[in-house]
Design a protein around this ligand. Structure first.
Ligand code: HEC
Length: 125
């Protein structure tokens, strides 16, 4: 009897784990994002923007995922309908957030050239 109920509960577990795996897979599928532009295809502007990003943003934001670090990951940021705050990812809004900060995010000082490069890079993510 004992062996039998053990087998039964093991079977149930295997089923539950399989189900969880299938669900996780389905969820991951829903969240798949448009791909980023590969580094080998960056324009000069995008490459300069990537350098600005490394210096000013990378400590707090991953560029290759939406998973959070100190702030949200920025992959596909400009291809989504809304940023984490709910605001649309327009250049105006991005400029505002970058230059003036937002809640826990500090303001970043950039020249207008650095800002243009950075925006070009953000569009490539
Ligand atoms: C010290 C950490 C830090 C740095 C440096 C930083 N951020 Fe952030 N960022 C945050 C945090 C925290 C948030 C979430 C703010 C909030 O509560 O909405 C955020 C939010 C954002 C958002 C989402 C805004 C929204 O409306 O949802 C964008 C876009 C962003 N940051 C871009 C940048 C860029 C580009 C840089 C580099 C110029 C940068 N951040 C530098 C911490 C940082």
């Amino acid at each position: 009897m004992r062996t039998r109920s053990l087998t039964a509960s093991l079977g149930l577990w295997t089923f539950a784990i399989g189900l969880a795996g299938a669900l996780a897979g389905a969820l991951a599928g829903c969240r798949s994002l448009p791909p980023s532009k590969p580094e080998s295809q960056w324009t000069i502007e995008e490459a300069r923007g990537a350098e600005v990003y490394r210096q000013k943003c990378a400590n707090c934001h991953y560029p290759t995922t939406t998973r959070g670090l100190h702030g949200p990951g920025l992959q596909a940021l400009t291809k989504l309908k809304a940023m984490p705050s709910g605001a649309p990812p327009t250049d105006e809004r991005l400029t505002q957030v970058i230059l003036h900060g937002r809640q826990m995010m500090p303001a970043t000082q950039l020249t207008s050239e650095q800002l243009d490069d950075l925006l070009a890079y953000l569009h490539s993510l």
